[in-house]
Design a protein around this ligand. Structure first.
Ligand code: ZN
Length: 320
């Protein structure tokens, strides 16, 4: 562990804590937008862990998990290492209830970023330059995009064995190996050899109690495992975790009003009916059938769908 963590000319020695404001730009009203990084350092050697949310501005379950942790945790009890906590990276998206920054770009497709690029690229660069060089491990909290609900799950990059081991400690209902997306944060951290756990839970712009509960519990499981906090062990029941190797979407084979029968978290068999799509005139009703046996790891909450829309995300080839 380094003696000094220096973020944008602000120095933190061992045992020091504080908030660093990282300027990322202005909105048209001339209001300056800062990213707040909360730094907590113990006196003892240990990992520096980044706890991050709001890479997508409307994925508020992640923001709430990190806010809740920041609000309730006793950071004086940090036993070793350091924490850098950023509850909201894409401030622009958050104030617009939007996944993206105002020009429509995705921060999580803009890494490692540049300081003279698009707004998304500038936000990405701020994290890559000022924060990531200090970090040994990343927890990145997300939610399903648009109206898609993700049943609580950890995603990690194939061959990131440290992340896989820690994902089991996190103990979510599902753990999913997933490929690397070009210009994503996870690709940049993989290149920097920083193990990264991406948590997905719930849907955008809607708080989900289950996702918040499992996210907070998982984060604490990991921090305890790393020896950074000691939590009361009572009531820490281990849940079933399924490791999913492959996933595939069941898509709408018709357009109309979508009513689901099965929902996320449930086990389904190939050929089983998952829902119906009705035409609005009361004439037709088309079954939505699972093309795989496995678990539903996410579903679409949209009530009116078009042909080809993703309806159910099925995880198959799994270990119980
Ligand atoms: Zn996201």
């Amino acid at each position: 562990m380094s003696e000094l963590i220096s973020i944008n000319k602000r120095n933190f020695k061992r045992g020091e804590s504080g908030i660093v404001e990282l300027k990322v730009g202005r909105i048209p009203s001339d209001t300056e937008i800062d990213i707040e990084a909360h730094v907590f350092r113990s006196h003892e050697d240990g990992p520096t862990v980044l706890i991050l949310a709001g890479v997508h501005g409307d994925e508020i379950n992640g923001v709430e998990i990190v806010r809740n942790f920041l609000f309730h945790e006793n950071f004086n009890a940090l036993k070793k290492g350091s924490l850098i906590i950023i509850p909201l990276l894409n401030v622009f998206g958050f104030i617009n209830f939007d996944r993206y920054v105002p020009d429509g770009k995705d921060v999580n497709r803009s890494f490692p970023g540049t300081f003279n690029g698009s707004l998304a690229s500038r936000i990405a660069r701020t994290l890559t330059k000022h924060i990531l060089p200090h970090v040994d491990l990343v927890f990145d909290f997300h939610t399903g995009g648009d109206s898609r609900y993700n049943f609580p799950q950890i995603r990690f990059s194939r061959n990131d064995q440290d992340a896989e081991a820690l994902a089991r400690i996190f103990n979510p209902p599902f753990i999913i190996q997933s490929g690397m997306i070009a210009r994503s944060l996870r690709k940049t951290t993989r290149e920097m050899k920083i193990p990264t756990l991406v948590y997905e839970g719930g849907e955008s712009v809607r708080l989900d109690g289950l996702s918040i509960h499992i996210g907070l519990k998982g984060l604490k499981n990991c921090l305890q495992h790393l020896g950074m906090f000691e939590y009361d062990k009572a009531g820490q029941k281990k849940e079933n975790t399924r490791i999913i190797k492959k996933t595939s979407w069941v898509r709408a084979n018709y357009s109309g009003i979508f009513i689901w029968i099965k929902s996320s978290g449930q086990k389904v068999e190939k050929g089983e009916k998952l829902g119906n799509i009705h035409d609005p005139y009361g004439q037709k009703s088309i079954d939505v059938i699972s093309h795989r046996s496995g678990y539903i790891i996410g579903h679409n909450n949209a009530s009116v769908v078009n042909q080809g829309d993703a309806l159910f995300h099925i995880g198959y080839e799994y270990e119980e």
